[in-house]
Design a protein around this ligand. Structure first.
Ligand code: HEC
Length: 227
């Protein structure tokens, strides 16, 4: 492997009959070795002291951008409804985000699996502030400041609150071990009934608007008759 200048050779010294054999590394190998050392110096200067972004920083920036994009899309949907949150529960990316948020922000009070600790159990059918997904979303957003539940709108972005609320919704019925005793009112969740009620309410809203419409334009046909 050696070229003309780097000869393999036996070194002079001899210890108890053991001799050392000098087998120089090939030039190309050494060249690569020196290049990596020079590269590492520039790498450290650029990424740790200069403009460069470390992988973690780049990742965090991307995640923030992702959440902001999600938030814009969600807010574009208008009012947050039961159906919005139910849809989110089907979105793996949002649920993974919600779980990560839950783990970092909520476990100390609600337990790792939502079983309850300082805060109530989030996995049973008993709710202090309502068990619909929109109720959960509202509690998370506004908090219960007098009872030690933070108003997360001050700390989390809109998409984050949505995803963590949907995640809490998904904990329902999971029966974790060491569950805290029930608190609040028994409110078994029926997604279909809740959606139907919401749809009926929405229909009611539009009917009212429709009723108001014709009243305003009623004189129309009369003038036509006269003319
Ligand atoms: C500092 C402790 C603490 C933290 C952190 C906390 N909570 Fe709470 N949470 C509480 C307490 C206490 C209550 C009960 C309030 C009451 O008694 O009215 C509560 C209530 C709730 C409720 C309503 C439960 C019900 O029975 O109606 C929900 C939902 C909830 N928290 C979700 C969350 C989420 C999601 C997070 C993380 C983003 C979170 N909490 C973080 C203490 C906390």
């Amino acid at each position: 492997m050696s070229d003309g200048t780097d000869q393999d050779r036996l070194l002079e010294h001899n210890y108890d009959g053991i001799q050392e054999y000098d087998n120089p590394l090939p030039r190309w190998w050494l060249a690569l070795f020196w290049i990596t050392i020079v590269f590492s110096a520039f790498y450290v200067l650029y990424f740790h002291f200069g403009q460069g972004k470390l992988a973690v920083e780049a990742y965090n920036e991307d995640m923030i951008a992702y959440y902001e994009l999600q938030a814009q899309q969600l807010l574009a949907l208008g009012e947050i409804k039961e159906s919005t949150l139910l849809d989110l529960m089907e979105d793996d990316a949002m649920m993974a985000g919600g779980q990560a948020l839950y783990v970092s922000k909520c476990t100390q009070c609600h337990g790792e699996n939502g079983q309850g600790n300082i805060g109530p159990n989030l996995t049973d059918d008993y709710w202090l502030h309502g068990g619909k997904l929109t109720d959960i979303y509202h509690t998370v957003t506004e908090g219960v400041p007098t009872k030690g539940m933070l108003a997360w709108k001050n700390q989390l972005g809109p998409a984050e609150i949505l995803s963590v609320s949907a995640y809490v919704g998904s904990l329902r019925g999971s029966n974790p071990p060491d569950a805290k005793a029930a608190q609040g009112k028994l409110e078994p969740y029926d997604a279909e009934a809740t959606l139907a009620a919401e749809a009926a309410e929405d229909a009611g809203d539009t009917e009212e608007q429709n009723e108001a419409g014709p009243d305003d334009t009623d004189p129309g046909p009369q003038t036509e008759d006269q003319g």
